[in-house]
Write a protein that binds this ligand. Structure first.
Ligand code: FAD
Length: 334
């Protein structure tokens, strides 16, 4: 492999029902920064059906060029046709860097493509940069359960591929005066490329939780002990007209949905009142909530760092403190 033949930063743009996913725009912005460092261009690749009109938006968010592949087969995501299409684009265009959002779709697609083109893939990155001197992509991701950060390079193969977590990279400031090249890429799909038949798409029915708009948040961390304890936190939140939020530890453990997560890789919140229950106060959590107007922290460890940002600290077991708080609030209301 002559790696010098590979040029440019490419971003896979994920659309669902024609709606561009925000992480793809974040990656175009990051791609722009990386491309500027190595003096190359940013190409956005969008796959779907009747999607040509999305190209302008991608250019406004930082792409120099858009490649679109328009085919009825690509209307709804299916692994095989998408993997085939991206593989053909990569083989023909030879990108130096290829970025994909670490969504459910991106996590399915990226490893298949990287295996087909015999390159490495760093999954779930939280930071990307260019190494001075070599120009290699530095792909950083949490390792060993988030206890240390590992920076990975792919010096001998191209493209350098990475999936990136949604919500980590800032958006490029939208500029509607930007113009760029738009090009169609044709793929000859055959029947064998469609090895799955989609009979029905059933969407999970869930209410959109907007913790960033709540005045009161009752947030739970690993210290609450088990997922059922969120019911207790919800009771307190209901009493105060607020919502339940969470640390990443409990989101990663599957105790609560990601849309409740506060912090560096979650949401940034600024409620009037933030009650942190069984949350240690890691720097990545504080980054998302320390601007709250009033913070109450409940933690059984008097040394927990959360107390450093708290206006009121309660050293105690949430199993005792929260029911007592609910009781007091109910008594006041009567
Ligand atoms: P722990 O750190 O395990 O803390 C549990 C706390 O509960 C302890 O302080 C303990 O004393 C207390 N406790 C235990 N039992 C009780 C009880 N019965 N009553 C009262 N207190 C009790 N974290 C986030 O939250 N948001 C992010 O967006 C985020 N992004 C990250 C991004 C990166 C790149 C990395 C590396 C990490 C990120 N993290 C994030 C993870 C972060 O570093 C911490 O691991 C995480 O916040 C810890 O969650 P926790 O406080 O719930 O759990």
């Amino acid at each position: 492999m002559n790696i010098k033949e590979f040029k440019g930063v490419y971003v896979f743009v994920e659309q669902r029902e024609g709606e561009i996913q925000r992480v793809s725009l974040e990656l175009i912005g990051k791609g722009r920064e990386l491309a500027d460092k190595i003096g190359e261009s940013v190409t956005a690749i969008i796959l779907g059906y009747n999607i040509k009109d999305k190209a302008d938006t991608l250019i406004h968010y930082g792409a120099d060029e858009v490649i679109y592949i328009d085919d009825k087969i690509l209307e709804v995501y299916m692994t095989e046709p998408y993997a085939k299409a991206l593989t053909e684009v990569i083989e023909s265009r030879k990108p130096e860097i290829f970025l994909i959002g670490a969504t459910a779709i991106g996590r399915d697609l990226a490893p298949r493509v990287s295996a087909r083109i015999h390159t490495g893939l760093t999954a779930d990155c939280t930071s990307l940069d260019i190494e001075e001197g070599t120009g290699n992509l530095l792909m950083t991701r949490p390792a060993f359960g988030g206890n240390l950060m590992a920076t990975i390079v792919c010096p001998d193969h191209r493209p350098q591929m990475s999936t990136v977590r949604p919500g980590v990279m800032p958006l490029f400031e939208k500029d509607e005066s930007r113009v760029g090249k738009v090009e169609e890429f044709k793929i000859n799909f055959s029947k064998e490329d469609v090895n799955v038949e989609i009979l029905e798409i059933v969407k999970e029915k869930k209410q959109k939780i907007k913790i960033e708009e709540a005045n009161v948040l009752v947030a739970g961390g690993r210290g609450i002990g088990n997922p059922e304890k969120f019911e207790l936190l919800k009771k307190l939140a209901d009493e105060l007209g607020g919502l339940v939020a969470a640390s990443r530890a409990v989101v990663d453990a599957g105790w609560i949905d990601r849309e409740h997560q506060v912090g560096q890789t979650g949401k940034t919140v600024r409620p009037d009142l933030y009650i942190a229950c069984g949350i240690s106060g890691a720097i990545q959590h504080l980054a998302g909530m320390e601007e709250s107007d009033f913070i109450i922290a409940i933690n059984k460890d008097p040394e927990a760092p959360i107390f450093e940002v708290a206006d009121i600290g309660i050293v105690g077991d949430i199993n005792k403190v929260i029911p007592a708080l609910i009781e007091e609030i109910e008594a006041v209301k009567k």
